[in-house]
Write a protein that binds this ligand. Structure first.
Ligand code: NAD
Length: 358
């Protein structure tokens, strides 16, 4: 019998290990019983090879229409990495395909929960941090210029509008998920104007959320704290570039890049992707860890309002990691992607109590 309601979700398998881990994530999402109609779309190297552009118009249109997508990692176009999108007569040039995707879809908040799991070796078993990264501006707008043969400049753009929007998002996120605290990361003692404005916006918004404790930390001191006492930190709000760097740092501290999921939220569109890249060094070996994309898929289900299915996936992953029988090599085991996926699907059938989610 046809289910009453099917969700339309765009699936971009992606490049490198993308197709391997996408297959795993789709299998796990389907095993929850939530009815999804997948619409496959191309981007990255795969799109470049098939249709001659890394971000085809049809892919953007499809995501705009469905409003939600699950995306594997993408490889940048080989020569420049830059991506040109045509808007009528005007050309917009983006520094990378991921940057183009985020900005064309007008997503502004990249959310990356990073937590340690029992069973995965980490010096910090109580780590549970959520990184909320602003993704529309900062140095990643890609405005760079040569000022002669031996001098290159990059523009760092911070606006009140984007900064207030990301802090509002972070405070609302922290409030509705019962998180302990919001911390802004910055370097306002050196970058008085740009990071200074970012921090000022954080302080301003904090006054509107008196029930959510707020503080701030210099980005270098924040990194030190992340590798010494990450359990003391909770929700971190960061401008684009610091957010990018700190995400990988946190994933490493928690045990593996292969465990860190991610979501990108805009007003109309949300898409979900692992924090890691296409891992070209292990492509085709069948040993990629699919968990980051599986948990990104769980976040997608939560976004669709399927909280119970989201919770069950987090619990199944936690159970399989704790049992430590089916761990991929990045987690210190010998299992293959397919073994780990199968174990998660089996655990999903048993998942009932709450193991915690982002
Ligand atoms: P990477 O994340 O692909 O790999 C870094 C290391 O982590 C590698 O040793 C890799 O084998 C390992 N790794 C990553 N994911 C893993 C997983 N799921 N399971 C097991 N091991 C895993 O970073 P990189 O090498 O700097 O980037 C490779 C390519 O990916 C580049 O072209 C980059 O532009 C692209 N990239 C894409 C995205 C994205 O699409 N969101 C993000 C980052 C990098």
């Amino acid at each position: 019998m046809k289910p009453e309601k099917e969700y339309d979700v765009v699936l971009i398998p992606g490049d490198g290990i993308g197709p391997e881990i996408s297959e795993a994530a789709v299998a796990v999402l389907e095993a929850t019983g939530v009815p999804i109609r997948w619409r496959e779309a191309l981007a990255g190297e795969a799109a470049w090879q098939r249709v001659g552009h890394p971000l085809p118009e049809e892919t953007l249109a499809s995501i705009h229409e469905a409003g939600v997508a699950l995306k594997g990692p993408l490889l940048a176009p080989k020569q420049t990495g830059r991506v040109t999108i045509q808007h009528g007569d005007a050309e917009v040039i983006y520094p990378s395909v991921n940057n183009a995707l985020r900005r064309e879809l007008e997503v502004f908040a990249n959310v990356r929960p990073v937590r340690s799991f029992p069973g995965v070796p980490s010096p910090f078993p109580a780590m549970d941090v959520v990184i909320i990264r602003e993704v529309t501006e900062d140095t990643y707008i890609g405005w760079e210029e040569m000022k002669g043969p031996d001098e290159a400049w990059a523009i760092k753009r911070i606006t009140r509008k984007a900064s207030e929007r990301i802090f509002r998002f972070a405070f609302e996120y922290a409030r509705c998920r019962g998180r302990r605290r919001v911390t802004a990361g910055h370097k306002a003692n050196v970058l008085n104007l740009t990071d200074g404005l970012f921090l000022q916006c954080g302080r301003g918004l904090a006054a509107e959320f008196p029930d959510v404790p707020f503080d701030d930390c210099m980005i270098d001191a924040l990194c030190l704290q992340l590798v010494k006492h990450p359990e003391a930190l909770d929700v971190l709000v960061l401008p684009n570039q610091y957010g990018d760097i700190v995400s990988d740092l946190c994933a490493g501290v928690a045990g593996s890049l292969g465990l860190a999921p991610g979501a990108n939220y805009g007003e109309r569109v949300a898409f979900f992707e692992a924090s890691h890249g296409a891992a070209p060094d292990i492509v085709g070996q069948g040993v990629a860890n699919p968990i980051a994309l599986i948990l990104s898929g769980a976040m997608l289900l939560g976004h669709l309002g399927e909280m119970e299915a989201e919770r069950r996936i987090w619990q199944a992953v936690a159970t399989v990691l704790q049992e430590a029988r089916w761990l991929t090599p990045d987690l210190g085991g010998h299992a293959r992607t397919a073994d780990l996926t199968r174990a998660i699907i089996t655990a999903l059938g048993r998942a009932e109590g709450v193991a915690g989610s982002a």
